[in-house]
Design a protein around this ligand. Structure first.
Ligand SMILES: CC(C)(COP(=O)(O)OP(=O)(O)OC[C@H]1O[C@@H](n2cnc3c(N)ncnc32)[C@H](O)[C@@H]1OP(=O)(O)O)[C@@H](O)C(=O)NCCC(=O)NCCS
Length: 177
């Protein structure tokens, strides 16, 4: 009898927890995909240290081809780009998705999978919202996942400025979905 075994096709992009050894690849991908929004490797490393559950690496054929970084935070507060968090707030009421970036050849369904993991994490922690800053023209993409733009006054827009023109703060209410 031929035994069949269900295996993960390792050439197919799949998420796993990010490791310190992924940091050079994560920094290289960030620099390639976000040349105008530079962040220091130490800033990524801090997030991985403070909240490893939210930090995942996308792997295909043993190569790191993307990453997702997220951490608990307060709604309507925007972490400074390239800034240290210092600590995770005790009164966090959202998980803030700092960034998801994937090399072009490996895209297709992977952001959805990452957000599903973060959603599970939030629900398991009793957190009822996800937040992010949409950059470039990604707003419709995030709307597909249930995020909604939050109207921004002048003060809030000034805080968004470090994320470039057209940056939009968005929230997803997990109680509503
Ligand atoms: C953002 C990114 C990670 C998405 O990865 P992906 O694997 O293509 O995403 P997914 O396929 O899982 O999900 C994208 C969804 O939005 C849809 N979509 C893609 N582009 C879209 C667009 N311009 N407008 C509306 N919907 C769009 C897709 O069809 C898909 O929806 P579906 O699952 O219902 O089919 C990838 O494009 C990337 O790395 N971009 C550069 C970095 C970046 O902009 N990161 C976000 C910073 S806020």
């Amino acid at each position: 009898m031929i035994e069949t075994e269900q295996r993960t096709d390792m050439s197919k992009p799949h998420w796993r927890p990010a490791r310190a050894s992924d940091l050079p690849a994560i920094s290289a991908i960030a620099a390639a995909i976000h040349p105008d929004l530079p962040e220091r490797p130490e800033v990524f490393a801090e997030k991985m240290r403070l909240y490893p559950d939210g930090c995942r690496a996308l792997i295909a054929d043993d190569e790191t081809v993307g990453y997702g970084l997220a951490h608990p935070w307060r709604q309507h507060r925007i972490p400074l780009l390239d800034g240290f968090l210092e600590l995770i707030p005790n009164d966090a009421d959202c998980i803030y998705v700092h960034d998801v970036a994937v090399l072009p050849d490996c895209r297709g369904g992977v952001a959805r999978a990452y957000i599903a993991t973060i959603e599970e994490l939030a629900r398991a922690s009793g957190i009822a919202a996800l937040a992010l800053v949409s950059v470039y023209a990604t707003r419709p993409l995030w709307e597909r996942f249930g995020f909604r733009p939050v109207p921004a006054d002048a003060q809030f827009r000034a805080k968004l400025a470090s994320y470039g023109d057209g940056a939009t703060y968005m929230l997803r209410d997990l109680a509503a979905t």
